[in-house]
Design a protein around this ligand. Sequence first.
Ligand SMILES: *Cc1c(COP(=O)(O)O)cnc(C)c1O
Length: 367
Amino acid sequence: MEHRAEARIDVAAIASNISLLKAASGVDLMAVVKANAYGHGLVEIGLASEKSGADWLGVALLEEAIVLRTHGVRIPILAWLVSPGSDFRAAHNHDIDVAVASIATFNEISALKTKARIHIEVDTGMTRGGFLDEWDEFLTLDFSQVEVVGIFSHFARADEPGEKQNEAQLLRFQSMIADLAAIGINPPVKHLSNSAATLSDHKAAFDLVRTGIALYGLSPDIKTLGDSKSLGLKPAMQLRAKLHLVKKVPAGSPVGYGAAAVTSGQTRLGIVAMGYADGIPRIAQGAGVFIDGKRAPIIGRVSMDQFVVDLGPESTAESGDWVIVFGDGSQGEYTADDWGSASLSINYEIVTRIGPRVPRIYAPHVY
Ligand SMILES: *Cc1c(COP(=O)(O)O)cnc(C)c1O
């Protein structure tokens, strides 16, 4: 069966990005594959990353980590969004490292007496995950029933190089490492950098960098760090869809729900078989598709399963033709960055929200 839309994933691009990021940091690399590998496919990207030289995989949820293990991933995996009540025995049985960010979680893990592998998450200024108010009390606990593999924290503003908060977070991280050392705990794997810090701040690399967005070839922030091309990254996802229908319409035609747009002259419209159910943002304005060497902008509101583009009066496009929704931009097509800006959002959200109805096609094949 032919698809009406597909996300084509360039596995060689992932490998190339891993090489670039490893060279940039000079330390071990954790490929962050949470959230279905930012929409690219958890298992496929997890296995491809392992094959391409990633040293670790990182995920948010324990369930994600278990799926990776049951599909044969052998390198270390860290899951960091594990709350009290999680199945810590399963984590241990599957050889999955877990983050500990509260005394409650620590106590549950310790009580199993399995010498479970943990990474202590510390809040160095983002005020999200990690130890903050419980830190002093945490340092008084008994660590004999766990193996402290790592300590880590997360930057809030690494995409703003030179920002003072980054320096403050780095200093705080070092002082929390010293607090642990003072009670005789020296975790071998200290990690702080995300993609933005990996690309811009070498003193934050420590033993391991956790790269997500850059793994997929996208820039953490096009304004402050430059786009994929200037960073040497290769966007791995190309989203394409079929024109379900092409129709010639007169000037003054109201298009879509709410008649939010009206054609200014006679033109040809293309109906694209994707909508907000597939992750096309409903508010997107100023993006569109690429066909026959030209950009065709969105006209009117995006619907659940479809959106309409203005192909122009001279277009020879026909129903059944493929259009590129976004790609690496090398042909002049829109990019995930363009769709992010057009939706008052960021490239992260554009790729991550591509829905489950869109098949992912891998080339070259992973397995
Ligand atoms: C998502 C996430 C990352 C990856 O961030 P990118 O900006 O995509 O590189 C790293 N560490 C943690 C804790 C995360 O939640």
